[in-house]
Design a protein around this ligand. Structure first.
Ligand code: ADP
Length: 453
């Protein structure tokens, strides 16, 4: 097992990884930018090293600075959290060269899954159902029109290097395709430094359902069931739950079986998430794989009792799944997570600044993952996620009422947060009946606006 791990991240996920290390008896090293000097991940790590000014490119994304810190602290391994360098295959390679274990998949697997168009082809080959779409990168608008006619409108043009919902355009006719193709290309080139595009059939009113897996370095893979992540705004998840009401035990088992085989074939190692869209006929279609721990991992932890971050660390140290898991996965109850962002709840503009009051909710079945505290400052440079409120109940109804009271007791003053929005969603009859799809939030916000006018 490792003696010392560096956490190459900040905020709630850095703290989450530190918690896992503490429970495993591993020493921790935090890195921080000048803006994060007073952050909790710095306070709770055994050692902390400042790696640069606030800007991401000069601190958390600055690979030479991150590696230098790891060498100075003499760590055995680096946990990258999510976002930042977590899916950067070059970074994983540099770690390897420096004899530091990167807690994630082998670099070539990260690279394969990071090119979404290639990931699609690899998954198809491994027997995972994918949506009809283009083969290879779209060379021109003309080629895109040809594929679109073959696939049938509507289609969605997506960035191969995509993430965070950027570089995507829904296209409903051949006339509008060229303009949307060019817009997606420019957006992708600006956001990812890579304008490559591919195309998929657009699914109307889909659900976003994703499967959590764990794979060890001995070829064993296990599925920990699914999460329902259809509540999204601008393709960004806001609320997640597990299990999904739409996934039958048969579909869960069948998908788990297919994925275990597929991931074993591609040599996957680490925790991972396979994202699907579910169509109106409840069929699942692969859209992408995330090769890291995800923001919404706690809902799976709540229903399975498996600590996914500890599992990642043990797997990276060479442990076998059977020693990580202590028995079969038997999900119990229902879990929901609300992402609490430092944002205006209606305008969705970022809301940085000093938190004046912070009253965290607690009680039976409630978990709060956060690095925020009273008198703490939310810097303007980073992601707006400041807390994840997670509850577990015997069933979905209990989870909903538990979340309702936890949100009521969660008081954050001094900045705006998405707490009021979550409270409204939880009270909505359609949500309570489980009638959700990826367009739910946009419709909900539109109706709320019309009602207010
Ligand atoms: P990103 O990597 O940018 O997050 P994804 O491929 O994971 O992109 O897609 C993000 C979201 O975009 C999905 O959860 C879904 O809401 C929407 N989406 C993506 N592909 C399709 C599709 N083929 N049909 C309908 N909606 C889609």
């Amino acid at each position: 097992m490792f003696h010392k791990i560096m956490v190459a991240n900040r905020g709630e996920i850095a703290l989450r990884v530190i918690c896992a290390c503490k429970e495993l008896g591993i020493r921790t090293v935090a890195i921080y930018s000048e803006a994060d000097r007073n952050s909790l991940h710095v306070r709770f790590a055994d050692e902390a090293i400042c790696i640069g000014p606030p800007q991401l490119a000069q601190s958390y994304l600055n690979i030479p600075a991150v590696i230098s810190a790891a060498e100075i602290a003499n760590v055995d391994a680096i946990h990258p959290g999510y976002g930042l360098l977590s899916e950067n295959a070059n970074f994983a390679e540099v770690c390897e060269t420096c004899n530091i274990k990167f807690i994630g998949p082998p670099p070539q697997v990260t690279r394969l899954m990071g090119e979404k168009e290639k990931a699609r082809a690899a998954m198809k080959k491994a027997g995972v159902p994918i949506l009809p779409g283009s083969e290879g990168i779209l060379a021109s608008e003309g080629e895109a029109v040809e594929w679109a006619r073959q696939v049938g409108f509507p289609v969605i043009i997506k960035a191969s290097a995509g993430g965070g919902g950027r570089g995507m355009r829904i296209v409903r006719s051949a006339e509008e395709l060229p303009a949307l193709f060019n817009a997606a290309h420019s957006e992708a080139a600006a956001a990812f430094g890579n304008g490559d595009l591919y195309m998929e059939k657009y699914v109307e009113r889909p659900r976003h359902v994703e499967f959590q897996i764990l794979a060890d370095s001995h070829g064993n893979v296990v599925s920990l069931g699914e999460r329902e992540c259809s509540l999204q705004r601008r393709h960004q998840k806001l609320m997640e739950e597990s299990p999904s009401l739409q996934v039958t035990p048969e579909l869960r088992e069948e998908t788990g079986r297919i994925l275990s085989q597929a991931l074993s074939n591609i040599g996957y190692v680490n925790a991972g998430t396979i994202e699907f869209l579910m169509d109106q006929d409840r069929r699942l279609h692969f859209i992408e794989m995330n090769t890291r721990i995800q923001v919404e991992h706690p809902v799976t932890e709540m229903v399975t009792d498996v600590d996914l971050v500890k599992s990642q660390i043990m797997i990276a140290a060479g442990a076998k799944l059977q020693d990580v898991l202590h028995g079969p996965i038997q999900p119990r109850g229902h879990a929901i997570e609300c992402r609490i962002n430092a944002e205006h709840p209606e305008k969705f503009t970022p809301s940085a600044g000093k938190i004046t009051t912070f009253n965290p909710p607690g009680g039976t079945g409630v978990r709060l993952d956060t690095a925020a505290y009273a008198e703490g400052v939310i810097p303007p440079y980073y992601d707006s996620l400041i807390a994840k409120l997670v509850v577990r109940g015997r069933d979905r109804n209990e989870a909903i009422s538990r979340m309702g009271r936890a949100l009521e007791m969660f008081i954050v003053e001094g900045i705006f947060t998405t707490i009021p929005l979550h409270r409204k969603i939880l009270a909505d009859p359609e949500f309570r009946a489980g009638k959700i799809d990826t367009g739910f939030i946009e419709r909900f916000l539109k109706a709320a606006k019309e009602h207010a006018a």
